[in-house]
Write a protein that binds this ligand. Sequence first.
Ligand SMILES: C[S@@+](CC[C@H](N)C(=O)[O-])C[C@H]1O[C@@H](n2cnc3c(N)ncnc32)[C@H](O)[C@@H]1O
Ligand code: SF4
Length: 388
Amino acid sequence: MEPAGLATAPPLSLYVHFPWCVRKCPYCDFNSHAPRGEIPEAAYLDALMEDLDRSLPAIAGRPVETVFLGGGTPSLITAPGIDTLLRALRSRLPLAPQAEITMEANPGTVSPGYLAACREAGVTRISLGVQSFDDESLARIGRIHDAREAREAIDAAAAHFDAVNIDLMYGLPGQSVEAAARDFEIAAACGVGHVSAYQLGIEPNTAFGREPPATPDEDACAAMQALAESRFAAAGLARYEVSAFAREGSRCRHNLNYWRFGDYLGIGAGAHGKLSSRRGIVRELRVMHPRHYLARAGRDGFVQRRQRVSRAGLAFEFMMNALRLVGGVEAELFAARTGLALAEIEPVLELARARGLIEDAPGRISASALGLRFLNDTLQLFLPAAAA
Ligand SMILES: C[S@@+](CC[C@H](N)C(=O)[O-])C[C@H]1O[C@@H](n2cnc3c(N)ncnc32)[C@H](O)[C@@H]1O
Ligand code: SF4
C-alpha cells in the first residue's frame, strides 16, 4: 500500500531509544537519565517489543533498511540483552538482508568481549562517543572515560566491526584551536571510516546551560570547523553532511535516510518517528520519561503525540533535512517524498539562488558553501510564512 500522493513509499528505518547513561554529562540535553538504582533492562526490552507490536500495522510489512540503537547509552544493555533485542526485532520485522544495524556506545562502558558479542548478535556498526582525545577536555565536559579508554574502545571496535564512527565535539571549555586540531589529527589517523564532529552547543536545561563555562569564541570555532574539514579530507574522510565525514562507502545509511526525508519508526522513551501513509506524513513522539514510558506497558500505548505535517510545513521539513547534505539531493526527490510539485517552491528556490544560498545546479537541490554555512538563514526562506 503506497502512501497517498507518493508514487513509492520512502525507505523505512527503525530507531530504538535507550534512555539511561552512567551519569548525565553537563552539556547533554538528550532524553538520557542516570538510573536511580538498577536499570530495569528486562522490563524495558519487554516494553520496547510491546511498543513495536503496537506499531506494526502502521508499517505493514515494509522492509526495514536500517536500525539505530541510540541513546542515552545503549551499550549499557547487557550482551544477552542486545541479542534478545535483535532476535525480537528480526522475528517481527522484515529486516533487509544487508540491513545496517548501528549501536551507540560510550567508550567508558565497553570491553572487547562485549563488542565481540554485539557483533555476534547482529550489530553491524558501532558509533563511539569519543568527544576528545585530551584528558583535560574530557574531564571538563564530565565524561566517564579518559583518552586511553577512548583509544582502546576504538581499537576494540575496529577489531570486530568494518563500520565504526567516532563522535567528536569541538569548541570545548578551555580548548585552543591547536588542541582541537590535535583531536582531529588523531581521529583522522585512527583508521575509522566515519567521524561526526559537532560544535559544543550550550543548551538550556543542562548543567552548562545553568552555569555556562568559558568556551572558544565564534572565530575560533569557525577555525576549528575549517580545520576539521581539511584534516579529514586529507585523510580521505570527505564531509558529506554538516557534521559528518566519511570514507567512500562508509556513509551512515540510517542518517542518510533521515536527511533524504525517508520514513522511520521510533520506539522507546521519547523516540520520534515519521511515517508516510494514505493520510499524509505523520510525526509521532513517544512518552519521554523512562518511568512514565514503562508505566504505559500493558495499558493504552506509548505514543504521546501524533501529528500530521501540514501541507504548508512540508517544504521546510524536507529542506531542513536535505540541505544538510553536501551536494544536496536530486530535484525529483522533493516530489517523491513530499507529494508536492517542485513548481510550488520554484519561486523560493529562485530567491535562494539569487542570494547565493542554493546552487544553480540542474537536476539537484543543494545548499552552496555560503548556504551551508548560514543554513538557518537558508531554511528560513522555506518557512510557510516566508513562502506566502
Ligand atoms: C547520544 S550521544 C552518543 C552516545 C553516548 N551517549 C555517548 O555520549 O558516548 C550523541 C552525540 O551527540 C553529541 N552531543 C551531545 N550533546 C551535545 C551538545 N550539547 N553539543 C554538541 N554535541 C553534542 C556528542 O558528540 C554525542 O556523542
Ligand atoms: S553519555 Fe551521551 S547521551 Fe548520556 S548524558 Fe553523556 S552525551 Fe548525553
